[in-house]
Design a protein around this ligand. Sequence first.
Ligand code: SF4
Length: 187
Amino acid sequence: MRILIHTCCGPCLLPVAEKLAADGHEITAYFYNPNIHPRSEHERRLEAFRAVVEQAGLRTLPAPEYEPRAFFRAITFRESERCRLCYRLRLFETALAGRDDGFEAFTTTLLVSPHQDQERLREAGEAAGRAAGVGFHCEDLRPLFPRIREMAESLDLYRQKYCGCLYSEIEAEEGRRRKRKGRRRGT
Ligand code: SF4
């Protein structure tokens, strides 16, 4: 099957592309992540994506321009639902790109992460697929998660420290601060 892979970052693409290709699919990667904040982080992740694509010899569709306004338009005043809306935005755009290029299906590397909500990803992917007329290939890819670290380290790839958006950056920093405080108390 010809599958377009929505790709959140280079390290997650590695084991997913390897598996889908081994399963006999013809795969193409697509980097669309207007959620990533700030621009410099978006550039770093895009660079890592390009390194993986080159290393693995993968086909790609051109990555759209960085457009953070699309993310903020989607989630503003609905921040408590932001992950669902973020999935919807990225998967709908991927489904449209897949339809326009004649793909039979699309999927996402987000399915490899135990930090993402599989059920919400499935719902968002299926809804996007229905709207665009392209099938959503939904497969629990989380067993591949441990491979990401070893594969990324072997290629010396950048690995991000937060999910992507400004909110997740703040939460990750708060978590690190709490840990540091806990360690200081423990000494
Ligand atoms: S935490 Fe991650 S999935 Fe949720 S809105 Fe932010 S970038 Fe998107």
